[in-house]
Design a protein around this ligand. Structure first.
Ligand SMILES: O=C(O)C(=O)C[C@H](O)C(=O)CO
Ligand SMILES: [Zn+2]
Length: 279
């Protein structure tokens, strides 16, 4: 288990950052390594994002060193999505949940033993993890992508025709503060979340995946009138501060998982940015 800690940055300081500094604060370049659990603890709403790729043996969710708790979910909840064609298994206190590609499992606070495993070590599962602090236990529950409610957004004319699947949210899997879902772009559509928005009440993390080796997403961040971009590869995560837009355009098709935590539990609570305000 590897845990990196990242502190929060205010937007006035972030204005001065060059590309390298921007990437070291806001881009997570390597989460998915075979046989490892890698996580980043962000001071933005204390959200932990991580990747786990179990092969020949299960990997345990743990980090008493950083959290100073007896077990990982003592005071936390977690959303787990398998992004691999290889089937995965999550074993929660002895109960097994099988996750196909794009299925999501919510595990509530108080579950002591969480293990992540692959059904076939030669085609391992790749689990994306997002965890937030939690004040009570909600039931551990799986939601296959087929049962997540799709919402169509955008249009071919704007090159942003896409479908949002919400898994953990007020009308889906219940949680304390974590919200999580996946956005799939229709073929030949490259833009996400443009026009952009901010939500000063919540941080957000985007995991970009399903990309070829040479595909890139140009991810836009920053205050609406002070934007920057980072060039993002397959299976990399952007940490989006509450004051920042979070939008991207790909050189090829891609999918992304968004996860949020913070003040309220209302997916639609966004401050939309007018194109005139963008600089
Ligand atoms: O495609 C989109 O637009 C999104 O998926 C937006 C995210 O869900 C988001 O930013 C929620 O605040
Ligand atoms: Zn958002």
């Amino acid at each position: 288990m590897n845990m990196e800690v990242r502190y929060a940055t205010n937007p006035t300081d972030a204005k001065q950052y060059d590309g390298e500094r921007l990437r070291s604060e806001f881009l997570i370049e390597s989460l998915f390594v075979e046989g490892e659990v890698n996580m980043v603890y962000s001071h933005y709403d204390r959200v932990i994002t991580g990747g786990a790729v179990p092969t020949v043996k299960p990997l345990k969710l743990e980090d008493s060193e950083t959290l100073k708790t007896e077990f990982f979910l003592e005071r936390r909840e977690i959303g787990i999505i398998n992004i691999s064609d290889g089937k995965g298994k999550v074993i929660v206190n002895g109960e097994t949940f099988e996750l196909n590609k794009r299925d999501c499992l919510y595990v509530g606070r108080g579950n002591e033993d969480v293990q992540l495993d692959s059904v076939d070590a030669s085609q391992p599962a790749r689990f994306y993890l997002a965890s937030a602090t939690a004040h009570k236990e909600y039931p551990t529950k799986k939601l296959p992508i087929e049962e997540a409610t799709p919402a169509k957004l955008g249009s071919d004319a704007e090159s942003n025709n896409r479908t949002i699947y919400k898994y953990i949210h007020e009308d889906g899997l219940q949680s304390c503060q974590l919200m999580m879902g996946m956005t799939l772009l229709a073929p030949n559509n490259m833009w996400n979340t443009m026009p952009p928005h901010v939500h000063d009440r919540r941080m957000e993390a985007y995991l970009y995946f399903d990309m070829d080796e040479d595909s890139r997403v140009f991810h836009f961040m920053g205050k609406p009138d002070e934007t920057r971009h980072m060039v993002v590869k397959n299976e990399q995560v952007v940490l989006s501060p509450p004051w920042s837009i979070h939008s991207g355009v790909g050189t090829n098709n891609y999918t992304f998982i968004w996860a949020m935590a913070g003040e309220n539990y209302t997916f639609t609570d966004m401050d939309h940015v007018k194109m005139d305000e963008l600089k």
